[in-house]
Design a protein around this ligand. Structure first.
Ligand code: ARG
Length: 584
């Protein structure tokens, strides 16, 4: 079902076209927003003021003409239109429309959401840690945000490919392999198993040795040549290193319930040479100090000099930029994606803006309508306002961070739910702990930094995972208490009666789910969905405070309202990557 805001938008655009044909709506798009206060109706039309400049009439007159026109059309979902202030139009929806829409939510597996943002092939590049290194909190943010966007696009009916662009290639592997040949040859032979923490240590040591020991340096360089030349033993060693790293990442993905396709940088190796040739043929390459570079518009370094995108180093080696050029081409031409989304920290914004412009200059986007988005995010801070670290000053291992959240949740669960079995308690603690970490991240506008605090994220009040999960549990409790099958009521298509202001407010809020998802899909800001779910829980709590359900004359209608809320809440939390529980 088309969202109400989309219908209103349409009707106002039609009215504008009929009343003021001279107005170019592409230049001055009409704006419909949700009213900031209930006394201003449900939605507002704010563009009369903007139109005065072109139409040379006062905004109230313009608003009056819109109202007259739309009143004549007798639009069924509109109850009334009211002019306010200098020329705002407050739009009030018809309660019958709200009631029908809530009923529709109950009969539709998509909860009434149908979107213009559908049937597209969307690639989301997220998480993307680096082999032989620990995943850090930046990768955690990328994983949580990317996964939520993927879930949302899928729910809106798109074909989503989740790519883990692991940093699994580069000259550093030469050092690591050389070092492991000396110190851990059994691991490289596959005779002995190890874990990521050992790799990380060896990696650090190999770097130190590289800088101080010329013989080792030579060996490392030979290893790089062997690896890049496709030497079998070297490749085998490299594969072992990748497998050990991926195993560690997988543990984190399992905890987070995130699924990705691994397609690391190495996947693009065979394409790198051709990319350079193609860029050369298209006259985009300038050689600077032996390196092959692209000079793009608007990029300068700190000294005010043009900042190049270097795609081949002076020693002939390829780098991160080369791989991303190959990857973008592959995703456009081979994967035939309609939209490419990259989720990384804000520090890489310039990199992606350059890659996007280079792709355009190279003609990868000719005759194709591909949307390119970098989704940047800020830092995770500790309570001291500095970059998040452990007490000893090390970078926190993600696995420790997640298990700490679960452990802390378990303490709360044990306090609150003694009657549960241990098994139930630990399941709940996992849902709550992981949910808290994810929600704390997603509920902030990703552009900014946020302060990581276990205590805050595990609170049961305020805009937290626990508050939302609890609202869901509460509805479950109500359903159980009333001795009436909700499914039967749904089947009977019992009309939902909306009389009390809290009932009306809740119903209106429920109808906005699709509108909110559309806005997340457009601006790639999951915090809008978090805000919406928080608002929904608050509206529900107000309804439950004001309107008796069990034993009331309107019991059955109100039960349906409860059920619709539960479904939207559950689906919404799922889209943020959170699990709902039945008891808490
Ligand atoms: N491995 C990179 C990092 O740790 C992120 C890769 C992002 N994706 C990409 N296509 N460049 O920062």
């Amino acid at each position: 079902m088309k969202s109400l805001i989309a219908l209103i938008q349409n009707d106002f655009e039609t009215a504008c076209h009929a009343l003021f044909p001279s107005v170019n709506q592409e230049e001055i798009p009409l704006e419909i927003t949700v009213s900031t206060q209930e006394k201003f109706g449900h939605y507002q039309f704010n563009s009369a003021m903007k139109l005065t400049k072109i139409l040379q009439t006062n905004p109230r007159k313009i608003a009056e003409q819109f109202v007259d026109y739309l009143n004549q059309k007798k639009i069924p979902y509109i109850e009334k239109l009211e002019i306010a202030g200098p020329g705002f139009i407050n739009i009030y929806l018809n309660p019958k429309e709200l009631s029908e829409r809530v009923n529709y939510i109950l009969h539709d597996s998509k909860l009434g959401v149908s979107s213009n943002n559908s049937h597209k092939k969307i690639i989301i590049d997220f998480s993307s840690p680096n082999t032989a290194k620990e995943m850090h909190v930046g990768h955690l943010r990328s994983t949580i945000i990317g996964d939520s966007l993927a879930r949302i696009f899928e729910f809106l009916g798109n074909d989503v490919l989740r790519l883990n662009h692991i940093g699994d290639w580069g000259t550093a592997f030469g050092m690591l392999i050389a070092y492991m040949k000396e110190e851990a040859s059994d691991v490289l032979n596959g005779k002995q198993d190890t874990d990521l923490s050992h790799l990380v240590t060896w990696y650090k040591k190999s770097k130190e040795k590289f800088d101080t020991d010329p013989v080792f340096k030579k060996k490392s360089q030979q290893e790089v040549v062997a690896l890049q030349g496709g030497n079998k033993d070297s490749l085998r060693a490299w594969e072992i290193i990748c497998t050990i790293s991926e195993k560690a990442y997988q543990e984190i993905y399992d905890l987070l319930d995130v699924h990705l396709v691994t397609r690391g940088e190495s996947f693009y190796n065979p394409m790198l040479k051709d990319i350079i040739t193609e860029l050369e043929q298209k006259n985009l390459i300038v050689v600077s100090y032996g390196a092959k570079c692209l000079y793009l518009d608007g990029f300068i370094n700190r000294e005010g000099q043009p900042l190049p995108l270097m795609v081949q180093k002076s020693d002939g080696g390829f780098n991160y930029d080369t791989t991303d050029m190959a990857a973008i081409k592959h995703r456009i031409f081979d994967e035939k994606a309609d939209r490419l989304i990259y989720v990384t920290d804000a520090g890489q914004s310039t990199h992606f803006q350059m890659i996007f412009q280079a792709a355009k200059k190279a003609g990868f986007l000719n005759d194709k309508k591909v949307e390119l988005d970098h989704v940047p995010f800020g830092l995770v801070l500790g309570s001291d306002g500095k970059k998040f670290k452990t007490r000893s000053g090390d970078t926190e291992r993600l696995k420790d961070l997640l298990t700490t959240a679960i452990d802390k949740a378990l303490i709360l669960v044990k306090e609150r739910n003694h009657e549960m079995s241990e098994e139930e308690q630990s399941q709940l603690a996992k849902a709550l702990g992981i949910g808290a970490v994810k929600y704390a991240d997603l509920s902030c506008n990703r552009i900014g930094d946020y302060v990581f605090s276990y205590d805050k994220m595990l609170k049961f009040e305020g805009n937290t995972a626990a508050f939302l999960m609890y609202a869901y549990v509460r509805i479950n409790g109500i359903k159980k208490k009333v001795n009436q099958s909700v499914d039967q009521l749904i089947e009977q298509k019992l009309p939902i009666i909306l009389e009390h202001p809290s009932e009306l407010a809740l119903a209106f809020y429920l109808t906005r789910f699709g509108e909110v998802l559309d806005s997340v899909a457009k601006d790639l800001l999951p915090n809008r969905l978090a805000d919406y779910l928080y608002g929904l829980s608050e509206k529900f709590n107000a309804f439950f405070r004001d309107c008796r359900v069990e034993g009331d004359l309107q019991q059955n209608s109100r039960l349906l309202l409860c059920e619709a809320t539960a479904r939207v809440l559950k689906q919404g939390l799922y889209l943020l990557g959170l699990q709902t529980v039945e008891k808490m």
